[in-house]
Structures are given as structure tokens and as C-alpha cells.
Design a protein around this ligand. Structure first.
Ligand SMILES: Nc1ncnc2c1ncn2[C@@H]1O[C@H](COP(=O)(O)OP(=O)(O)OP(=O)(O)O)[C@@H](O)[C@H]1O
Ligand SMILES: [Mg+2]
Length: 308
């Protein structure tokens, strides 16, 4: 399979801070690749390097076969970018923002006018196309930024947390659109959203402190966490006390509180009985087991939660 994106021993430092450390991996043509990692992991820095906005301190990167430093114009002609921050031109209307982008990519009006109509319609923005972006909600601005990245139907898409701030319906619509591009376009996506990574990505790399710590398909990564067992425990009261008691047990890998429910990860399955013995049964409301998630994989590998 042809490599559309390739990084070779890429480093990026900002003064003393090493933001990206010895990153090497490749993304095959036609797949959705997901880069996951907590705040400050170096995701945006990598996207900026691949989209030619930043030079790596050392190492090499290639997009569509072009070197991102020496052949930056070649890279830019192939890509569409949804940056982390909405960077719309506030002196242009929504439609004019899209037209400017089409012109920058030398599209003739005969092809861009129709494409823009389609994208505005897809993003539910047709009725607002004559408004200026600063009159838009954050979610509407985000949808316009996604539309802009798609205007010239780029071969490779870079999406830096594309659906942050979108309502579930808009998120789902955009996910479905990205799914429809599978096999035809290559997508490089960063996200904090596990559901998004699970739903869209063929290959996932988890980045932490500037370095990749693990790569694989969503199910391969979850398999890694499957050596532990996960339970959700709801008690009627004294939740904090129970949490602390669980945390002290030697066979507990981790125990934390989420929305009032205790999340427990047990090293060996056989110990569930010993855990339940800790609970006064009059306090026990519910106990259920669940499948490991990508969040669990991250927790297992780093001892920290990915969500912030
Ligand atoms: N222009 C800059 N100057 C100095 N340090 C920077 C600069 N940009 C990023 N950094 C630092 O580099 C590290 C990586 O930042 P980056 O924005 O790439 O992370 P990220 O994974 O995208 O995080 P987030 O999930 O919050 O978007 C952070 O420690 C950040 O403070
Ligand atoms: Mg970022």
C-alpha cells in the first residue's frame, strides 16, 4: 500500500521544551489515521509540521511523496486542513470564505460554485451563507471550517480535533461524510474523543509527551487492555469511602469516580468476590462489567486518564 504520509525521526523543540520526540510512522493511502493524546502531547505540533506551517527541528516528513520542508508548495497543493482553532476571515461572508479558498486552489467558478452549494447544504449553513462568521455560533464556525477544507476535494485531509464543540447531530453527519471518503482520500485526524477514534480510525497511534507509545487498530489496542477486567459499581452512599477502600486493595489496578459511579479495574478476574466483600450489600445499587475502551488502554499504559 502506498504511503501518503511518512515521518522519519521527527523532533521539534521550542526553546528547552521538546514538543515532539523521535516520531517515525507512516500512513497508508485511503485510510483514516487517528492521533490520540492528552493536552500538550504534541498533536498540533505534528499537524503543523505535516501541513508545512512549522519546520521540524530535525528529521524528515513527507506528504503525498513531497518533503514538507523542501517541497512545501507541492504538499500544500494536495492537502485540506481543519486547524484546531477556527481561523475564518471575519471580513468575508461564509460563502466568500469558501470562494476565497477555491480561488487560492485555482478552481474555476464553474466547478467551485456548485461544490460550495453542496458543502453549505451538507453543513446546514445554506441559509446563513451571506452572514459573517463572527455572527455564527462556535459549532457553525467549525462546520464552515470543515466545509472550507473540503472545497477543493483534497487528496489528503488533516483534521485537528475537527468535531470539538459540535452537537451530536452535526458530529454524526461529519463522521459519516469522512467515512464516505474511506478508500478514496487519506485522513489524518487528531482527537480526544474515543468514540470518534473508534468509529472512524483504521489505525490509531497514541502520543504522550511528544512520543508515540502504542499503535494499532482500535480492537488491537483494546485487546492490550483486556488483561484486566473492568467493573462499574454504584453505591447508595459513602461513595468516597468505598473508593478509598477499593484503592487500597492489592489486586486493584485502578479505581476512580466518574459521574458518581466507581470505575474499577481488577488485575485478575477471580477477585471480583473479594471486591464485593468490601461492600455492605445494603449500600450496593448496581454492579456491571464493561468492555475495555481506548481510554482504558491509555490509562493502563501511562497511569493517567486521557480525558481532561
Ligand atoms: N509556539 C509554541 N511555543 C512554545 N511552546 C509551544 C508552542 N506550541 C506548542 N508548544 C508546547 O508544545 C507542547 C505540545 O503542544 P501541542 O499544541 O502540539 O499539543 P497538543 O497535543 O495539540 O495539545 P492539545 O490537545 O491541547 O491541543 C506543549 O507543551 C505546548 O505548550
Ligand atoms: Mg492540539
Amino acid at each position: 500500500m502506498k504511503k501518503e504520509i511518512e515521518l522519519r525521526q521527527v523532533f521539534k523543540t521550542y526553546g528547552n521544551l521538546v514538543a515532539v520526540q523521535d516520531v517515525s510512522f507512516a500512513v497508508s493511502e485511503g485510510i483514516v489515521f487517528g492521533l490520540l493524546g492528552p493536552n500538550g502531547a504534541g498533536k498540533t505540533t505534528l499537524v503543523n509540521i505535516l501541513t508545512t506551517l512549522l519546520h521540524p527541528t530535525s528529521g524528515q516528513a513527507f506528504v503525498g511523496g513531497h518533503d514538507v520542508v523542501r517541497e512545501a508548495a507541492g504538499v500544500r497543493s494536495l492537502i485540506g486542513v481543519v486547524p484546531q482553532e477556527n481561523n475564518l476571515d471575519r471580513y468575508l461572508t461564509a460563502r466568500e470564505n469558501l470562494i476565497l479558498h477555491a480561488k487560492m486552489h485555482r478552481m474555476p467558478p464553474s466547478s467551485y460554485q456548485r461544490r460550495i452549494d453542496e458543502l453549505l447544504d451538507l453543513m446546514g449553513l445554506s441559509a446563513r451563507q451571506k452572514d459573517f462568521p463572527n455572527k455564527f455560533s462556535t459549532g457553525m464556525q467549525r462546520r464552515l471550517v470543515v466545509a472550507r477544507a473540503l472545497v477543493h476535494d483534497p487528496r489528503i485531509l488533516f483534521l485537528d480535533e475537527p468535531t470539538t464543540g459540535l452537537d451530536p447531530q452535526a458530529k454524526r453527519m461529519i463522521w459519516d461524510y469522512f467515512l464516505s471518503l474511506k478508500g478514496k482520500r487519506t485522513i489524518f485526524l487528531t482527537t480526544h474523543n474515543m468514540e470518534e477514534a473508534d468509529f472512524l480510525c483504521d489505525q490509531i497511534t497514541i502520543l504522550d509527551h511528544g512520543s508515540p507509545i502504542v499503535s494499532g487498530t482500535s480492537s488491537q489496542l483494546k485487546e492490550m487492555a483486556a488483561s484486566a477486567w473492568f467493573y462499574e459499581i454504584e453505591v447508595a452512599g459513602r461513595t468516597g469511602e468505598y473508593l478509598q477502600a477499593f484503592q487500597r486493595l492489592p489486586f486493584i489496578e485502578s479505581a476512580s469516580l466518574q459521574d458518581g459511579v466507581i470505575q474499577v479495574c481488577i488485575k485478575k478476574e477471580g477477585k471480583l468476590g473479594s471486591l464485593v466483600e468490601q461492600i455492605d450489600l445494603r449500600d450496593l445499587r448496581k454492579i456491571s462489567s464493561r468492555q475495555p475502551s481506548l481510554e482504558d488502554v491509555f490509562l493502563k499504559l501511562t497511569g493517567r486518564r486521557l480525558r481532561v
